[in-house]
Design a protein around this ligand. Structure first.
Ligand code: DGL
Length: 258
């Protein structure tokens, strides 16, 4: 089984890509809705709960952990990789590879305040190529707008425009959607940034890495008995699972320390 976790329902956008590219694999998902959002929490909090959830997923027979939450990927993934005995996949490494392989020079990153504050992309990218120009922007209002289902609203477009303005002015050549919720705003973001800017959805980069790994090292059990756990009843679950997965899902509640 592939264990996937997020701070809430946003990680279903990653599940969507896993189902699309690796339909034969069974997943177990945990969304920490009781402690959402992670994007404005401190590093230690995110580390602590990311570790607890990963351990729980392993106890539930997950053979691989996918850190779908970008904020957890930024703050906690490196310590998870050191501590856990199963392979850990996170959202940042595949994106860093994609940027370097495609020779992008001016890189825009949008994410939660936590992801941006962590400087995870700057550290990783500049270590490989110090001539890159990286422009980051925290977009705290986009998660609640998506959770309200305000995908096609004029107001959402105006707020997104406000956040993207500095990156557009810098003429970035790619833009990383470094948050679980942002792929749901991809149409609006593309419209604002224009055709020349490559929009990078980390979930697409991640599943390619996961696919390669599973081809060589078939650890995860195949099957269709997917399980979805949340630490509290998710707000607007049906709306969000329909937006992300195009279907409703059955869930179970697992408090995990609440
Ligand atoms: N899942 C979070 C992320 O991808 C966004 C929601 C939150 O702040 O918890 O960073």
């Amino acid at each position: 089984m592939i264990g996937i976790f997020d701070s809430g329902v946003g990680g279903l956008t990653i599940v969507k890509e896993v189902f699309k590219t690796l339909p034969e694999y069974q997943i177990i998902y945990f969304g920490d809705t009781a402690r959402l959002p992670y994007g404005t929490k401190q590093e230690n909090f995110v580390k602590e709960y990311s570790a607890k959830i990963s351990q729980w997923l392993i106890e539930k027979q997950a053979k691989i952990i996918v850190v779908a939450c970008h904020t957890s990927s930024a703050w906690a993934a490196e310590s998870l990789k050191r501590k856990l005995k199963v392979p850990v996949f996170e959202m940042i490494t595949p994106v860093v590879k994609e940027i370097l392989n495609n020779n992008y020079k001016k890189i825009g990153i949008i994410g939660t305040p936590g992801t941006i504050k962590s400087n995870c992309y700057n550290k990783r990218l500049l270590k490989n190529n110090s001539s890159l120009r990286i422009y980051s922007q925290a977009c705290p209002l986009l998660v609640p707008l998506v959770e309200e289902g305000w995908i096609d609203k004029k107001e959402t477009e105006l707020i997104t425009q406000h956040y993207l303005k500095p990156l557009k002015e810098k003429k970035v050549d790619c833009l990383v959607l470094a948050c679980t919720h942002y792929p749901l705003l991809e149409k609006t973001i593309k419209k604002i940034m224009g055709k020349k800017v490559k929009i990078i959805n980390p979930a697409e980069s991640l599943v390619q890495d996961l696919k390669k790994f599973l081809e060589e090292d078939n650890l995860a059990k195949k099957g269709s008995n997917h399980q979805f756990f949340f630490s509290d009843n998710p707000y607007h679950l049906d709306k969000l699972s329909k937006m992300a997965l195009n279907k409703k899902i059955k869930i179970k509640i697992e408090r995990l320390g609440c």
